[in-house]
Design a protein around this ligand. Sequence first.
Ligand SMILES: O=C(O)C1=C[C@@H](OP(=O)(O)O)[C@@H](O)[C@H](O)C1
Ligand SMILES: C=C(OP(=O)(O)O)C(=O)O
Length: 423
Amino acid sequence: MLIKPHQQLRGSLSIPSDKSISHRSVMFGSLAKGETIIHNFLMGDDCLSTIHVFRQLGISITLEKDTVYVKGKGLHGLSAPLAPLDCGNSGTTVRLLSGILSAQSFSSTLTGDASIQKRPMARVITPLRQMKATLSAKEDRFCPLHIEGGHLEGIHYVSPVASAQVKSCILLAGLYASSPTTVTEPFISRDHTERMLEAFGAKVTRLGTSVTISPCEELYPCEITVPGDISSAAFFMVAGLITPNSDLTIRNVGINPTRRGILDVLLEMGGDIKILNERLVCGEPVCDLRVRTSSLHGVTIEGATIPTLIDEIPVLAVAACFAKGKTLIKDASELRVKECDRIVAIHTELSKMGGAVLATEDGLIIEGGKPLHGATLETYHDHRMAMALTIAALNATSPSQLLGEECVRISFPNFFELLAELS
Ligand SMILES: O=C(O)C1=C[C@@H](OP(=O)(O)O)[C@@H](O)[C@H](O)C1
Ligand SMILES: C=C(OP(=O)(O)O)C(=O)O
């Protein structure tokens, strides 16, 4: 795809629905007894993988425009799949499912595309084995992941990583355990599982960075409206800030405190962003954002902030290239185990454009203010890289060629159409 530099982005847009919340709504709906109705579901490839897998597990799921009807069969209502469960490109699907499937009365195999088969699974295998689950994996750490379902015991797991996927996997297994299960994280990761499981009737208690779940008899169906995804909004937030003469209103953005790091950091960088119409949608805080062209300055991002903006770091690195001074990103080694090694990908591609970007073991150092020029850019089949590089290319001094842009359909199928409408 050829991307030519743009002069301005103006108008208003609704961004796609939240990927994390969409996944969980299908999963928990399948485990509840009765019909769960999900409005504004994200029809991106990752969430469609979750639907596909639950259909393989015997759940009837129907789609009507952006509404999904899930006929849940209860905590013990899933049936043995006839083939391996293909989770596509979705780490969330594999890891959350591994917790649920460890407690079933049948065996199953989880797998996915080439990228999924390289992502670390020891992080869920280790705690699930402590709960007495029986699992095996390629080299004991990669998909395909084979699970012999059975009886589980509650544990207190102190996780070495702040990962909502690890936490959610253990909490979901904990629904079925013979005693309460606690997960303690180094920093709080996104809490959609805790919020939504409570709405479905589970007993969840939180203390500091710990969450405890009680064994559960039954989950009750819900009607859910999924808010817009701040991780998708981030591309337009940065685009609006760095593209000259821009004025964008981004409607229906989820600003859950465990997800809004990108908003707070862009404000700290000097971004002109107004938070409008704050409201609650299905227990999740939501707002509209008005974003105008701004002069940004560099910042340091580390520690507890990292899990609140982990998926937004590729586009934050683009913002940093257009900011005055140095931006330091530390404690973000998790970026190395996403759809690709995002530290290598950001460093390689932004350097090709003339950006002053250094990769460190656990992050990036970016000296902003050097104009970016066009280049032939690789997406690494990573949706977030494709969209972040598009925003960089729009603001380069010459056209760029983006290779493999179709991966945006993982989380943001109409990304290029929306961008074209605003330019
Ligand atoms: O739980 C979730 O929905 C997610 C958690 C994060 O991953 P980790 O749990 O690996 O940090 C995030 O990067 C991913 O896009 C979605
Ligand atoms: C890392 C991501 O998702 P997942 O882990 O579900 O593949 C992402 O969407 O950036």
